[in-house]
Design a protein around this ligand. Structure first.
Ligand code: GDP
Ligand code: MG
Length: 165
């Protein structure tokens, strides 16, 4: 079985945009596996000569009784249980939120390799990139500034993923 890489993070931070970047670019076979877990998308992916299965965790369903925080945290728990590497996506413009901190504390305890991405940093100016610095306080090591939409910092992020496989 191929190594599993999961993308986690709260809704609307750009997880699916990042997923589609890799999938679109590498023409991976997108295999939806409904029933495995609600709203997760699995795809076979390849980067830097390594093959892995990439998982986009959807998770949050508005209006359900579970709080956003609980649902995002559950996603992270599943990712920790099944995956070899976790990409934790955050919104670099908004800075660290309570949900980010909750997920981060869980991920820290898990001991799994985690890559923190500060997304939506859409240009390479110093002021925008400086926003990423806030995420160091999550205590998960290096923070990768990126823009999934504008394809900035994405290649470097995937390089880091395969290094940790
Ligand atoms: P998800 O809920 O975490 O899967 O987030 P999505 O990938 O669905 O993206 C949520 C919204 O953020 C969409 O409107 C995206 O177009 C937007 N988005 C994603 N990545 C970026 C980015 O790098 N920069 C900006 N400005 N918007 C982004
Ligand atoms: Mg999504």
């Amino acid at each position: 079985m191929k190594p599993l890489v999961a993308i986690v993070g709260r809704p609307n931070v750009g997880k699916s945009t990042l997923f589609n970047r890799l999938i679109g670019r590498r023409l991976a076979l997108v295999e939806d596996m409904p029933g495995v877990t609600r709203d997760r998308h699995y795809a076979d992916a390849e980067w830097g000569g390594r093959s892995f299965t990439f998982i986009d965790t959807g998770g949050f369903v508005p209006g359900e009784k579970d709080s956003l925080l609980k649902q995002v945290r559950e996603q992270a728990q599943l990712a920790v249980e099944e995956c070899d590497v976790i990409v934790f996506v955050t919104d670099g413009r908004e800075g660290v939120t309570a949900a980010d901190e909750s997920v981060a504390s869980y991920l820290r305890k898990s001991g799994k390799p985690v890559i923190v991405a500060a997304n939506k940093l859409d240009n390479t100016t110093g002021t925008m990139q400086a926003l990423a610095a806030d995420f160091y306080k999550l205590g998960l090591g290096e923070v990768h500034p990126m823009s999934a939409e504008h394809n900035l910092g994405v290649n470097g992020l995937f390089d880091e993923v395969v290094e940790k496989l």
